[in-house]
Design a protein around this ligand. Structure first.
Ligand SMILES: *Cc1c(COP(=O)(O)O)cnc(C)c1O
Length: 452
């Protein structure tokens, strides 16, 4: 290890507080210090290479340091680094809005920018709430949320979250919601073991909640097809469509959080397109700049937008905005990323990799300590259990997921687990050989830790 690496490690432990991290564990081990990126690989200050198995927190699409994206960023920085959208329009944010409207479902006509996934969701919540007020539905002040949901870490986003380990401590600061069960067939709270019946039971319960509370509900917030941070929980086909239909019956807005699923992750550009669903409000972030810069967009329909129009003195403006809204550098990279989707024929080429990942996961489902595997596009989740027959979980304190990821790291693969669920979420541009390597290392690491 070089002196420079040691020095950076020391400084990190002295000054940097890492997110979602028990810092006393962190301080006990010298961290890997990443210096460079190349395609699907991250390279540390000593030249060690790690395959980026989590696409740098689910953001990376075309690989690291992609020439075309670097050039777009360089070209923009020589023209303009930032100018505000409060009182001015911007070339790049205009062009990107046009593209976003073109690639999202018919009906998503307006783009409100912010800079991360949590704010994209917050904007969606406030937009839905204020919309209901403007249209005279003054009692529609609540939101229906789902168990296991994750929508970000600011207080509004936490309010609509459903992961007790992260969210419970903040409960006194949060607004209350009406929580519906999510189809988590592997640990079904509805007592169902078959995915389709599990989905039906959850829809039935959602319908019951809406019949009871519908008149006071502004919107339903959900992650379409797969609940990410909750454990890569994949919903049965038709569930999203069922939620949309129930929202229509009860006059409730559907707010889809596509922060993790958007931009090709599930195999189509947006997850909702897989079920032909158009939301009323849609939150986008993570993949939007292909992992380059913070940017988010909350999209909505003409109908929602129109409810905010009026005389200045009516105070119907949407009173929300962030300093770096519509940043030109981020928008320029986002535009270049959409070009690359076309140039690389990315979504078409993804199909074979998705099929391979699925096949390997099915293979891993036979391992003696794997309780369940699931996948949705280029997302995989492998749930480790102490006892396969009873699906008895490993006690979370044993950190079996963490151990598997540490073992993978020794073999050149960077992963981050969600409890005892191993998450596979590589850059979409990963090559078939790299994907093979990733699956080989994951499988070997699970065996070493759980059978060794
Ligand atoms: C990551 C994530 C968020 C939060 O995004 P941040 O940029 O971390 O604030 C919101 N929703 C979903 C589904 C996410 O995966």
């Amino acid at each position: 290890m070089s002196d420079r690496t040691k020095q950076l490690q020391d400084l990190d432990r002295r000054y940097v507080w890492h997110p979602f991290t028990q810092m006393s564990d962190w301080e006990a081990e010298p961290p890997i210090v990443i210096e460079r990126g190349e395609g699907s690989w991250l390279i540390d200050t000593d030249g060690n290479r790690y395959l980026d198995g989590v696409a740098s927190m689910w953001t990376n699409v075309h690989g690291h340091c992609r020439k075309e994206l670097n050039e777009a960023l360089q070209a923009q920085v020589d023209k303009l680094e930032h100018s505000t959208l409060l009182g001015l329009a911007g070339e790049q944010s205009i062009l990107l809005a046009e593209q976003l409207v073109a690639i999202t479902p018919e009906g998503m006509d307006k783009v409100f920018y912010s800079d991360n996934g949590s704010t994209a969701v917050e904007v969606g919540l406030k937009m839905a709430f204020q919309y209901q007020q403007h249209r005279g539905a003054v009692n529609r002040k609540k939101f229906i949320t789902f168990r296991h949901a994750y929508h970000g870490d600011t207080l509004g986003a936490v309010s609509v979250g459903g992961i007790d380990a992260y969210h419970e401590i903040f409960r006194p600061l949060l607004f209350t919601t009406i929580q519906a069960p999510a189809p988590y067939c592997y640990r079904c709270e509805m007592g169902e073991n078959d995915p389709a019946t599990c989905g039906m039971s959850c829809l039935k319960e959602l319908g019951r909640l809406m019949a009871e509370h519908g008149h006071e509900v502004a919107g339903v917030v959900m992650e379409p097809l797969v609940q990410g941070a909750g454990g890569m929980i994949v919903h049965p086909a038709g569930f999203l469509k069922g939620v949309r239909d129930l929202c229509n019956i009860h006059g409730i807005l559907l707010i889809l959080d596509e922060v993790a699923t958007g931009f090709g992750r599930t195999g189509s550009m947006f997850a909702c397109q897989r079920e032909g669903v158009t939301p009323d409000i849609m939150a986008l972030s993570k993949g939007i700049t292909a992992g380059y810069l913070p940017l988010a967009a909350t999209m909505t329909t003409r109908a929602v937008y129109d409810a905010f129009l009026g005389q200045y003195r009516e105070l119907k403006s949407f009173f929300h905005g962030h300093t770096f809204t519509g940043n030109p550098l981020a928008c320029a990279v986002a535009l270049a990323s959409l070009e690359l989707f076309k140039k690389d024929n990315l979504l078409v080429n993804l199909a074979a990799k998705i099929a391979y990942l699925e096949e390997r996961l099915v293979g891993m489902s036979q391992l003696s300590h794997v309780g369940n595997v699931r996948s949705c596009g280029m997302v995989g989740g492998i749930e480790l259990v102490r006892e396969r027959s009873t699906r008895e979980a490993y006690p979370w304190e044993e950190k079996v997921g963490v151990q598997v990821c540490q073992e993978a790291r020794r073999h050149g693969l960077f992963l981050r687990p969600l409890g005892n669920i191993i998450v596979i979420f590589p850059p979409l541009a990963i090559t078939p050989d790299e994907l093979t390597f990733l699956c080989d290392v994951v499988e070997a690491a699970i065996r070493t830790v759980t059978e060794g």
